[in-house]
Design a protein around this ligand. Structure first.
Ligand code: ATP
Ligand code: MG
Length: 575
């Protein structure tokens, strides 16, 4: 596949595309009175980023043209489907910010009607019960270059077929004994028209209809008729259904359906370094390689939510990928751009020290401990400010101190100054080592004249670093993630489960248990996102964060280098 990297602008969906144009034309000519779209997930797994795109398109078009969008579960395969998935999908849609029109719908609501229509086709001599085994049926089907052959059961009479279909429905045959097929054309160039299966025997309890049925309609027999029942005007799906469109239309022509929906296809969303297939994601869950479907490394909507991606970012990203009929792969950085863009504007700032190193301010009297104030956002005063306790003993990040360094190291160096973000300028005087020779404390002095002001001697420190007060800091756990897959195209593994599992990055999770945060972070609500200054964006874990045991997931790093961040916020600290 060639890379198709769309520009990362937002609201492309509001820009013109062939689907919008088509709907606009249909409304203008009166072919369509009110546009009705639907999002039709099969509840056989959690939704992923590709579904988010389909959701944005379907709901977005309905909204743009003052129409409706339905949610319809395509629940025709009881073996793979469950209530857990239904609940998760509903939760994802609400979180993404979409509400469907009317009730939650299910293809299984139409099983009775579909069964009637199957019998109607039999009565019209357009469907028959076929006893070929799956292997035989494959041999009869022919190939792309070779016509198929008629099944020996093709000429059964309508009465015989009706009786057999009733027996299938009554559970008198074992699974696989026979199927109901449409009678179309075994020599059709389009293989989908070579007498496709419309009903099969499945002896599974269905999550909604329980044991009522032991025959289930196929996707092809269900989808278009469900669209017709619901008055869907534009049935939008991905390109792999293009070859099914003649079949979709054939059923609608043969049956007394109340409406004639039209099918339109667009290209699937693929993103590099990940997979967009529920089946493949399920392998990862089942193999225990991730902590469930909503593991923050997963490309599922619930995983990205738990990772701290904003719903708005996902919608902006989906819009930015455009709507086309050309298959391609979108670069993960385009998604990450949308995530940062949102949080940069919306996430309050906080200070966290990932690897604490103690600082003792020799000239600061412990009894002088004070409360400083820090703005929650450097560019947005409306986000308010917070109190930051300051004292004689602090922690900074171990990586922000060196005994000696060249000029490129704009942090604390022995014999030099650095500014503490939102506080004073300090000067490193000496170090204390433990028995192994490791530095455990840095003794410094602070300059009381530098709170919100440049040093009186006019020598400004080169850098600004984050810190926390030793007496007030709260311990937090931080989970840091890397890409879930080692390789750019994990889809390459195809359907080879082992190859897929082997392409998983074994080091995609690092847990830091000894981080220290400013005290305000203990009050974070689950799912609240912060920018930990100089570190990146982090979210309080949806499930495990509590004020007694704060847990944050790293959403994403800061794109900007530290130098740039320095320039954005003032170098003089806050008052
Ligand atoms: P999966 O293989 O992950 O199960 P699917 O297409 O079988 O995907 P469905 O639940 O049947 O999943 O899909 C619901 C809707 O989402 C369909 O209209 C489908 O075309 C669309 N969809 C699924 N994957 C993508 C994708 N990667 N990009 C855009 N739309 C998608
Ligand atoms: Mg599917």
């Amino acid at each position: 596949m060639t890379a198709e990297i769309a520009p990362a602008t937002t609201n492309q969906n509001k820009a013109n595309n062939f689907l919008r144009q088509r709907i606009a034309d249909d409304l203008e000519t009166g072919t369509t009175k009110r546009v009705v779209t639907r999002f039709p997930p099969e509840p056989n797994g959690y939704l992923h980023i590709g579904h988010a795109k389909s959701i944005c398109i379907n709901f977005g078009l309905a909204e743009a043209f003052g129409g409706h969008c339905h949610l319809r579960f395509d629940d025709t395969n009881p073996e793979k489907e469950s209530q857990e998935y239904i609940d998760a999908i509903i939760d994802d849609l609400h979180w993404l910010g979409f509400q469907w029109h009317g009730d939650t719908r299910f293809a299984s609501d139409y099983f009775e009607q579909l069964h009637q229509w199957a019998k109607l086709l039999i009565g019209k001599n357009l469907a028959y019960v076929c006893d070929l085994s799956p292997e035989q049926a494959r041999a009869y089907r022919g190939s792309l270059t070779e016509a198929g052959r008629n099944s020996p059961y093709r000429e059964r009479s309508a009465d015989e077929n009706l009786a057999l279909f009733e027996k299938m429905t009554a559970g008198e045959f074992d699974e696989g004994h026979c199927v109901l097929r449409a009678k179309i054309d075994m020599s059709a160039p389009n293989i989908n028209l070579r007498d496709p299966i419309i009903y099969r025997i499945r002896k599974f309890r269905h999550h909604r209809t329980a044991n009522k049925w032991c025959v289930y309609p196929t996707y092809d027999f269900t989808h278009g008729q469900s669209d017709a029942i619901e008055g869907i005007t534009h049935s939008i799906c991905t390109l792999e259904f293009e070859d099914h469109r003649p079949l979709y239309e054939w059923f609608l022509q043969q049956l007394p359906v109340p409406n004639q929906p039209r099918q339109f296809e667009f290209s699937r969303l693929n993103v590099n370094y990940t997979v967009t297939s529920k089946r493949k994601l399920k392998h990862l869950v089942d193999a225990g390689l991730v902590d469930g479907w909503d593991d923050p490394r997963m490309p599922t909507i619930s995983g990205m939510r738990r990772r701290g991606y904003a719903a708005q970012s996902l919608r902006n990203f989906c819009d930015s990928t455009g709507v086309t009929r050309v298959n391609g792969v979108v670069d993960m950085s385009q998604l990450e751009f949308a995530v940062r863009e949102h949080h940069n504007v919306n996430a309050p700032r906080a200070m966290v020290v990932m690897q604490p190193l103690k600082i003792v301010l020799g000239n600061y009297d412990a009894s002088d401990a004070e409360q400083l104030r820090a703005p929650n956002h450097p560019q947005n005063e409306a986000m308010g400010s917070r109190s930051l306790p300051f004292g004689r003993e602090l922690y900074i990040d171990r990586e922000d101190f060196r005994e000696s360094a060249n000029k490129k190291f704009k942090r604390l160096v022995l014999g030099k100054k650095v500014r503490l973000r939102n506080a004073y300028v300090i000067f490193a005087e000496s170090v204390v080592r433990d028995e192994q020779g490791e530095i455990v404390e840095v003794h410094c002095s602070y300059d009381p004249a530098t709170l919100g002001a440049d040093p009186p001697d006019g020598v400004k420190p080169k850098g600004v670093i984050q810190w926390v007060s030793a007496a007030h800091a709260v311990g937090i756990e931080v989970r840091e993630y890397d890409r879930l897959f080692r390789i750019e195209n994990p889809e390459r593994a195809g359907s080879d489960e082992q190859a897929l599992l082997e392409s998983v990055n074994p080091n995609s999770l690092r847990v830091h248990r000894n981080c220290l945060a400013e005290p305000s972070l203990a009050e974070a609500r689950p799912e609240q996102v912060f920018q930990f200054e100089r570190e990146g964006y982090f979210v309080a874990d949806r499930h495990q964060h509590t004020s007694a045991k704060p847990v944050f997931n790293k959403t994403i790093g800061l794109r900007d280098s530290w130098g740039k961040v320095d320039n954005q916020a003032s170098n003089s600290g806050a008052k």
